[in-house]
Design a protein around this ligand. Structure first.
Ligand SMILES: [Zn+2]
Length: 491
């Protein structure tokens, strides 16, 4: 009579509470009527290998639910973890992606040293390219692994030509950045999904390619120096490069105070879109958190995309980041804390908030009129005052954009070098474009001017939030509104 050596349960939390040092929790796919669910059990490596041997021998005494090798390592966030990576695409060439995997591993070797083992498993077939990679140094936990992968992601996006194999035919990054969350299950080498014949093939046996292994671990902070937490957001959503360094544009912590209530005009359509997505949102509770620089929208809904089900009582809520144009669903449930579900598909962002901001110069009161020859487009005339050539436009200043054509044909009597400015007569905004040193070709654009080139709005916001001097720029009403939210409630 075989005594079942391993405890098994349908729920993860009670099993986690019982797990002892040296034990692993394994999830097994179980066919349950029409869908596949997970059943959990635990054991030491030795117990698990014994069980797998029985499976291979088709031991008739094995429980019926555990006869196929559909095993996943349930990664424990309290334990050290090796780097684990999931690569998947249906829009790529096998050889190219395979090469990308090798490039990725050599990049990690350059960062961490080449003394670490790296293991690759391949579950590709004719329609799907799929690799699992496990190896490298032992990091503090799977969140630190997430930070390592997010750093790599930022590098890869900046150096696409060096790792072209990691971007598929649609331009998408093939590394899944969403897997570094609490309770993550990672399929073992040699295992397959229930109902699929794609096996993770590798020369490395499963027990040598586990993520949680004992040993001395090292820290891996996020690119902005913060401590990593559970998040499914890709690096390009979390961080934005500002003046050569990365800053967090989207926060992943619970919000509490520093709240300003009300719906800003530039979010009105986004809120309407969110209402169509979740009619239980509490529209009038929308509040700006000046600590995280995001809006918080509570909901009475219990439908949670993080857990993939409805909670009994815990409600979800949303954070709206107007600057990075992202909406995250979060959740009050304990198991979902710190995690986010990224809502995609919102097309209602107000682009006026992101209009480029030209610099403003001091307007001189006494402008000496001087006709300077032929101008095109909206410009009626050009005046010269103290060496500054001022182009008059009847348009409002919001028509300003960096690809605006100033001249198609050079005024005849202009003397170079000289200062060029535009005066928008309808709202009396004067914009200095900078010095024109030379000019060749048929057209001259605003962006061809030198050091005073217009700045994207997020750079202006970055300067304000870092208490740097704010440049004298032209802002539209949406941008001014955003700045009032940012400046009235400093944390
Ligand atoms: Zn939840």
């Amino acid at each position: 009579m075989l005594k079942e050596p391993l405890q098994h349960m349908w729920k993860l939390a009670p099993l986690r509470a019982q797990v002892r040092a040296g034990e692993y929790i394994i999830a097994q796919d179980v066919q349950c009527s029409s869908k596949v669910v997970k059943r959990f059990f635990k054991g030491t490596l030795e117990e698990l290998r014994t069980l797998k041997n029985k499976m291979d021998r088709k031991d008739p005494l094995l429980p019926p639910w555990n006869r196929e090798f559909c095993w996943y390592e349930v990664i424990d966030e309290t334990k050290p973890a090796r780097i684990f990576i999931d690569i998947e695409t249906v829009h790529g060439e096998y050889d190219t992606v395979r090469q990308g995997v090798e490039q990725m591993i050599s990049m990690f070797k350059m960062v961490y040293g080449d003394e670490y083992l790296w293991h690759v498993a391949d579950a590709s077939n004719a329609s799907k390219i799929s690799f699992h990679v496990v190896g490298g140094p032992l990091l503090h936990n799977l969140y630190h692994v997430g930070a390592a992968v997010r750093r790599f992601s930022l590098w890869a996006h900046e150096n696409r030509e060096s790792c072209a194999g990691l971007f598929d035919n649609t331009g998408a990054f093939v590394v899944d950045e969403a897997i570094y969350t609490k309770g993550r299950q990672f399929r073992l080498f040699g295992a397959h999904k229930m109902g699929s014949d794609r096996v993770l093939m590798s020369s490395t046996p499963w027990w040598e390619a586990l993520v949680n292994v004992p040993g001395v671990s090292m820290e891996q902070l996020e690119i902005d120096g913060s401590a990593p937490v559970s998040t499914s957001s890709p690096a390009k959503v979390l961080f934005r490069e500002v003046n050569g360094s990365y800053q967090r544009v989207s926060t992943i912590h619970t919000v509490r105070n520093h709240m300003t209530y009300g719906i800003p005009t530039f979010l009105a359509e986004v809120v309407r879109w969110l209402y169509r997505y979740d009619p239980k949102i509490q529209t009038y509770e929308l509040a700006f958190n000046s600590h995280y620089k995001t809006w918080r929208m509570p909901s009475r809904s219990t439908r949670c995309q993080i857990a993939g089900r409805k909670h009994k009582s815990n409600h979800v809520w949303y954070t709206i980041d107007a600057m990075s144009q992202t909406i995250h669903q979060r959740c009050l449930d304990e198991d979902c804390a710190g995690q986010v579900h990224v809502l995609s598909g919102c097309t209602e962002w107000d682009e006026r908030l992101h209009a480029v901001c030209p610099y403003v110069a001091q307007q001189n009161s006494s402008i000496v009129k001087q006709q300077l020859g032929l101008t095109y487009g909206d410009f009626l005339r050009v005046q010269k005052e103290n060496g500054v050539y001022i182009i008059h436009s009847t348009r409002p200043s919001k028509a300003f954009r960096p690809n605006l054509i100033v001249w198609k044909q050079m005024p005849e009597n202009i003397v170079l070098p000289c200062e060029i400015a535009i005066f928008f007569t309808s709202d009396k905004v004067y914009v200095s474009l900078g010095t024109l040193n030379s000019w060749a070709g048929d057209i001259l654009r605003v962006k061809d001017f030198g050091p005073q080139s217009p700045e994207p709005f997020y750079r202006i916001v970055g300067k304000i939030t870092q208490n740097q001097p704010v440049p004298n720029v032209v802002l539209n009403s949406q941008q001014r509104e955003m700045l009032t939210y940012l400046s009235t409630h400093e944390s």
